[in-house]
Ligand binder design. Structure first.
Ligand SMILES: *Cc1c(COP(=O)(O)O)cnc(C)c1O
Length: 434
């Protein structure tokens, strides 16, 4: 700790421990929200929260659903002037880059689901990640993250963070000893995904929470692959949880969005950065995201249960060489269920016959759509070799554990018997391909 205190002297105005952010002594309240934004009792479960929390109860019309506040600016009143004077403009509707009641509706829903004090919605997951990383690190700071993070995040860490004066070390996210060993005196942030793409490796989240706390670092978790109904990282020591809301939270493949959640002392700072970067979510997309969120728990539970059946089916096939999923036999990350209440709905598997067989299999499927992305009501299937990992050589992919024949499957909410029959027929029809 003394070494760290010493190092903080080299980072004007902000050291790598959490105190630099704790110095803000303003009184903190949850929100932002207005009296019209509904609340649910604390004991309510995720479906109740996702239907009711944040919903804007319009007193004039009695509308059951939230109106869309398609307005860039809001008439000044006494509260607006007070907000300017006291520096609390995040809590009053003034101008929609600062905040808008449609954003507050979605934010309140997500914050309730995460058990967070506050959430902030963005125009994309990448906008949430970029703005958060920029906020919680300084010039001269250091970030520890995973070798196999999401491609967009990888490019940001590799290309841009260096330009902005941040050092980055990428390690095996399942190995707590490597993560610990990568920490330097100027480390500020540990940034990990709860489940990795495409091999669905689990980070040791509870151990990471303890480590970040002991070392006074901020722990950021991208929980896109699981969502708040299956895992709530803030409960396990994360300081900020981020989602690409494009995936499970919206759930209908019709909106690009992101969200960051945590305590107000951090989210307020991220908000202040967002004011400068832009990237807030527009009111129409907030409406779509809110509508999707209402069925989050139903959708994810249904898809996750189907995923489990698909895993069992794939394991029964001779021509499936490996199945990657937290419920697959021999899953190598036993700590997964310490912090997750469900196993998610992503399944990856490796077919006998290599990438040609995988291509033929994908083309033979009738129900799932060959497309990138995940988390929608429709099953989506893609092959890492010609999409996310196409810029690597086969040898490089092998080193990352991505062997020929790997298929990534985002299980949707279609009838599970139909999905399994479709998979079985596509496997049978492509038996001889290699
Ligand atoms: C899709 C995704 C992102 C990026 O989100 P966008 O909404 O596309 O900007 C970040 N992290 C993970 C894990 C993702 O799957």
């Amino acid at each position: 700790v003394s070494q760290r205190d010493h190092a903080s002297g080299h980072l004007p105005g902000a050291g790598p421990d959490k105190r630099w952010i704790n110095e803000l002594e303003r009184g903190r309240v949850p929100g932002p929200r207005m009296p019209q934004h509904s609340r649910v009792p604390a004991h309510c479960g995720p479906s109740t929260a996702s239907v009711h929390a944040g919903t804007y109860a319009d007193p004039t019309t009695g509308a059951v659903t939230s109106p869309i506040f398609q307005s860039t600016t809001f008439r000044f009143d006494q509260r607006s002037y007070e907000a300017f004077e006291t520096g609390t403009t995040r809590d009053v509707a003034i101008y929609s880059r600062y905040g808008n009641p449609s954003q507050w509706t979605v934010q309140e829903k997500v914050a309730t689901l995460e058990g967070a004090e506050s959430s902030l919605v963005f125009a994309s997951g990448m906008s949430a990640i970029y703005t958060t990383l920029l906020t919680l690190t300084n010039n001269g700071g250091h970030i520890v993250s995973a070798l196999d993070v999401y491609g967009g995040t990888y490019a940001l860490l590799r290309d841009d963070m260096h330009q902005l004066g941040r050092e980055v070390t990428l390690v095996d996210p399942t190995d707590i000893d490597s993560i610990r060993a990568a920490i330097q005196p100027n480390t500020q942030v540990l940034f990990f995904e709860s489940l990795t793409n495409p091999l669905l490796k689990a980070v040791p989240l509870a151990a990471l929470g303890e480590l970040s706390n002991a070392e006074q670092l901020l722990l950021l978790v991208d929980n896109t692959f699981l969502g708040p109904t299956q895992c709530r990282p803030l409960r396990h020591g994360a300081d900020i949880v981020i989602h690409s809301a494009t995936k499970y939270l919206s759930g209908h493949s019709d909106v690009i969005a992101g969200v960051a959640s945590g305590s107000r002392k951090y989210v307020d700072r991220i908000w202040a950065q967002m004011l400068k970067v832009g990237g807030q979510l527009d009111p129409l997309s907030c409406f779509l995201l809110e509508r999707g969120l209402k069925t989050l728990d139903l959708r994810v539970r249904t898809a996750a249960e189907s995923a489990m059946h698909i895993v069992r089916f794939l394991e029964s096939r001779q021509d499936v060489l490996a199945v990657y999923h937290p419920l697959a036999t021999g899953y190598a990350y036993p700590w997964f269920f310490e912090t997750a209440s469900g196993a998610g709905a992503m399944v990856s598997f490796r077919l006998q016959g290599g990438d040609r067989r995988a291509l033929a299999f994908m083309e033979a499927l009738r129900i799932p759509i060959a497309a990138t992305s995940l988390g929608g009501v429709e099953s989506l299937v893609s092959l890492p070799f010609n999409t996310s990992h196409s810029l690597m050589t086969q040898q490089q992919r092998k080193e990352m554990g991505i062997e020929p024949g790997l298929v990534r499957f985002s299980v949707g909410i279609e009838q599970r018997e139909d999905l399994i029959q479709d998979i079985a027929e596509a496997l049978d029809a492509t038996q001889g391909v290699s």
